[in-house]
Design a protein around this ligand. Structure first.
Ligand code: SF4
Length: 315
């Protein structure tokens, strides 16, 4: 679904209005971010990024040979106890820029040969990111835009992105709301996540189109298997099957590594056992999922260290 210029301008205006009062995500803080107020995510109406770089650690069709053009946005609308990106998701500091500055970052990533713009945790900054994307498109950005989010999305916000996002890369973290409440502090994860997945599917379909080994359009749902909680993973798989289809590609991730905050937790304090991961993959196959991205279960610490990333220069 392509969007004409008038449609894009309307959608960008509507998204901006969703920040004052802010109803961009299901937390519905209803504070006026344009006036400088801050809600749960702690962000005013500005773009704050932690890192931007060619990234080779995404799924193969996203990383390709030259890397995904990954932009890690600061802060998040979830606060997961075990967050694997906690160094950036819990902070609201970073490089502050306006949409034109972010458009330059996107164009620079394209110049470096990246296959896409991979916006990580875009949810609280969506209106400004989309304004940047629109500007970058006018200046020659042609690579696909990936909306790489945590799954706790407002379907109304996702609806506004129709025609601007080529690839959705949402997490589906929970099939059990009691766990979402315990680990991420939200009571209503599943209903919003499933409704948002449906909206994403309505826009881009339920497959991932890959040309010459590189993703061009579609959806890929990620699920991080948590230790001792295979029943949560089973519930996720059942929800995706019922809410979308078994055609949808799934990335079942085994890389869970306990953060300092999770280390003393009775369940979350250890890595995943190989048998647990295999049980989840086998269940996905039993349910009829056709396209799975799977990982080795690795004993090493796999947490990304954002303090050790080489700085990326976009000027
Ligand atoms: S984007 Fe931030 S301020 Fe807006 S509703 Fe979500 S958490 Fe609250």
């Amino acid at each position: 679904m392509e969007m004409d210029q008038q449609g894009t301008i309307k959608a960008l205006d509507a998204l901006k209005r969703m920040m004052s009062p802010c109803v961009l995500c299901p937390r519905q803080c209803r504070i006026d971010r344009v006036a400088g107020e801050k809600g749960f995510c702690g962000l005013a109406a500005e773009i704050v990024i932690s890192e931007a770089m060619p990234h080779h650690g995404e799924e193969p069709p996203l990383s390709g040979t030259h890397g995904a053009g990954t932009v890690f946005f600061s802060s998040c609308n979830l606060r997961c106890l075990y967050c694997q990106n906690h160094q950036i998701s819990r902070q609201t500091t970073g490089q502050v820029m306006d949409p034109e500055g972010l458009a330059r970052v996107m164009l620079r990533l394209q110049e470096l040969g990246c296959h896409n713009i991979d916006a990580v945790t875009p949810t609280p900054q969506t209106p400004l990111i989309m304004a940047a994307l629109s500007s970058a498109r006018h200046q020659g950005l042609t690579i696909p835009f990936i909306y790489n989010c945590g799954g706790y999305e407002a379907p109304e916000t996702i609806r506004m992105l129709a025609g601007m996002v080529e690839i959705y890369l949402p997490d589906m973290k929970y099939g059990r709301d009691d766990l979402a409440c315990q680990f991420s502090g939200v009571k209503d994860y599943t209903v919003h996540a499933v409704a948002s997945l449906r909206e994403m599917k309505a826009q881009v379909g339920d497959v991932l189109e890959v040309v010459d080994g590189v993703a061009r359009r579609g959806i890929l749902i990620r699920h991080l298997v948590l230790p001792g909680l295979t029943d949560n993973s089973f519930a996720v798989l059942e929800m995706v099957r019922q809410g979308l289809s078994t055609q949808v590609p799934l990335s079942i991730m085994s890389q869970y590594t306990p953060t300092a905050q999770a280390q003393r937790h009775p369940l979350l304090g250890r890595r995943l056992y190989r048998e647990e991961y295999e049980k989840v993959v086998n269940y996905a196959l039993e349910l009829g999922f056709e396209q799975l991205f799977i990982q080795q279960v690795d004993e090493r610490n796999l947490l990304p260290d954002f303090e050790k990333q080489a700085p990326f220069s976009w000027e």
